[in-house]
Design a protein around this ligand. Structure first.
Ligand code: ATP
Ligand code: MG
Length: 514
């Protein structure tokens, strides 16, 4: 064929050639097809695939996918990300050459997705802006900025004594059923209208519990600002394992846009158990408490991705609130100690306080925030320092007073005031309070402006004070929330508001001060 004839055929030949080349590229490469050797709960052993990389996506018939987690000579171990009951030995498996990816973007807000971002809320397809790998490297040190802005939880005991900053990793830990999830959900609720985006990742949680969280967020008007990632106990272990990484990628997308994001991992105890189960099935050598040797790295590389970025790197932040369940208050078990050392502080919930009805059951003495203090609003910082010390002293006095000791007047007064502070730290769930109201209440009890109010009337007084502060002092509230310190005039203003609202209260039904 000479050149003229070729030109005569025009571009159509080239298109044909290109099309057939594309077809050739799309056709399965025989070298990249393996065979399933064995299938056990959530795991497939696949032979005949060479050059597979760790965490690669492997395809099986009928749309089933899996994650390559164990690369052995004898065959690779694949954690299946779906129903494995139809998969049998002898069936083919294909390499994809790609890492597992999740859809990311604004279309995910208000949606409920599974462990790899597939919608499960019957609201139709998600129009993703991009697909991001589930495992991404954490931001390098050079891109990170120190934690400097507060992330208000709306919970008095936390914002005052264990403040959390944007970009911090704060562990919530405690035995079962003592309000761990409630604290995380209240923190999400408190972000309503603040522009902070929430990601709630449920790992191995019962469906009823997750439904309750979703209903609470919807009622609180926060669901549209949240993404819910759910890997239930009946889902494949592979899905439960990958869910928090996927949720973090979803959150990182918003962080990369300069947004502040808070992610809740509920909970990492179950996540660790899932990884232990998969590792034992893969016949990896078990270590302490039968967990595999890499369990620390599994959580460290997940939480390392939470950070605050420098302004010239977009300025977004990702705050992580991982939850861990302890057994019989054993903080020195393997997984809790790992997570305590990975995170920047912990909020410890005590079953004793819970059973006494002191809710939220936060044990201030055993809780700590290692970086959040720097981010606390100046108005708060000036009084919060007193609070920890004062409260610790009060608890000691109280323990001492139980022996029926004769107490001097000043100790008696400290005890009375301490009881009021403790009462003030009580808070119903799903009722987060604005920073200015919290500061007003804290000042009122610590400075003794409410010493005359009987403890039985404190809850009513609190409501009246909050009402008064919000309505009568909007300008002061704005200044506090803008991060300005309180002046002497502000203190006087707050004191008047507190004392006047306490005066308007009806006399308590039961006289007496405790
Ligand atoms: P699990 O171990 O099952 O995950 P959990 O520690 O996450 O439990 P939650 O589910 O948050 O605990 O709360 C346990 C119970 O305590 C719930 O019934 C919840 O309504 C109640 N509760 C939690 N916090 C408060 C509060 N501040 N005031 C009143 N009730 C609360
Ligand atoms: Mg819970």
């Amino acid at each position: 064929m000479n050149e003229e004839t070729l030109q005569g055929l025009g571009p159509s030949v080239f298109r044909l050639l290109e099309d057939s080349l594309d077809d050739a590229r799309a056709a399965p490469d025989l070298r990249e097809t393996g065979v399933v050797r064995a299938v056990s709960r959530g795991i497939a052993r696949v032979g005949g695939l060479s050059d597979v990389i760790d965490q690669e996506l492997i395809r099986f018939p009928e749309g089933l996918v899996g994650l390559a987690v164990d690369l052995a000579e004898a065959g690779i171990g694949v954690a299946l990300l779906g129903d494995h009951t139809k998969l049998e030995a002898g069936q083919p498996a294909w390499r994809t050459g790609r890492a597992i990816e999740v859809p990311v973007g604004h279309a995910l807000l208000g949606r409920i997705v599974d462990g790899i971002g597939r919608p499960i809320d019957q609201k139709g397809e998600i129009r993703a802006e991009a697909h991001w790998p589930v495992e991404r490297p954490a931001a390098p040190i050079i891109a990170r900025a120190p934690v400097a802005r507060p992330l208000h939880t709306g919970i008095k005991a936390i914002d005052a004594a264990i403040p959390v900053g944007r970009g911090q990793r704060q562990l919530i830990l405690g035995d079962r059923q003592i309000g761990k999830t409630s604290i995380a959900v209240d923190t999400l609720l408190n972000q309503r209208g603040s522009g902070v985006i929430g990601v709630y990742c449920a790992i191995g949680q019962r469906a009823a519990g997750v439904a309750r969280v979703i209903a609470t967020l919807r009622r609180g008007g926060m669901l549209d600002q949240c993404v819910i990632v759910v890997a239930g106990p009946e889902d494949a272990p592979g899905l439960q394992f990958i869910a928090p990484y996927a949720a973090t990628s979803i959150a990182e997308f918003f962080m990369a846009q300069g947004r502040d994001v808070v992610i809740v991992h509920d909970d990492l105890t179950r996540h660790a158990r899932t990884w232990r189960e998969l590792s034992l099935l893969l016949r990896r050598p078990p270590g302490r408490e039968a967990y595999p040797g890499d369990i620390f790295f599994v959580h460290a590389r997940l939480l390392e991705r939470a950070t605050r970025l420098r302004e010239d790197h977009g300025g977004g932040s990702l705050t992580a609130l991982p939850i861990v369940e302890t057994q019989a208050q054993n903080l020195s078990a393997y997984i809790p100690t790992n997570l305590i050392s990975i995170t920047d502080g912990q909020i410890y919930l005590s079953p004793e306080l819970f059973h006494k009805g002191q809710l939220p059951a936060i044990d201030i003495g055993k809780s700590v925030s290692r970086v959040g203090g720097r981010a606390q609003l100046p108005a708060w910082r000036s009084i919060a320092g007193d609070l920890r010390l004062f409260y610790a002293q009060f608890e000691e006095f109280e323990a001492f007073a139980r022996f029926g000791t004769q107490l001097d007047a000043s100790t008696r007064q400290a005890l009375e005031r301490g009881r009021r502070v403790r009462e003030m730290l009580r808070q119903d769930e799903h009722a987060p309070l604005a920073a200015s109201s919290q500061i007003g209440l804290l000042l009122a009890t610590i400075r003794g402006w409410l010493d005359e109010v009987p403890i039985a009337s404190l809850a009513a007084a609190e409501a009246a004070i909050v009402e008064r502060i919000v309505h009568a002092l909007p300008e002061l509230c704005r200044r506090i929330e803008d991060g300005q310190p309180l002046t002497d005039d502000d203190h006087a203003c707050l004191q008047t508001a507190v004392v006047e609202s306490a005066r308007t209260l009806p006399p308590p039904a039961r006289a007496g001060s405790s």
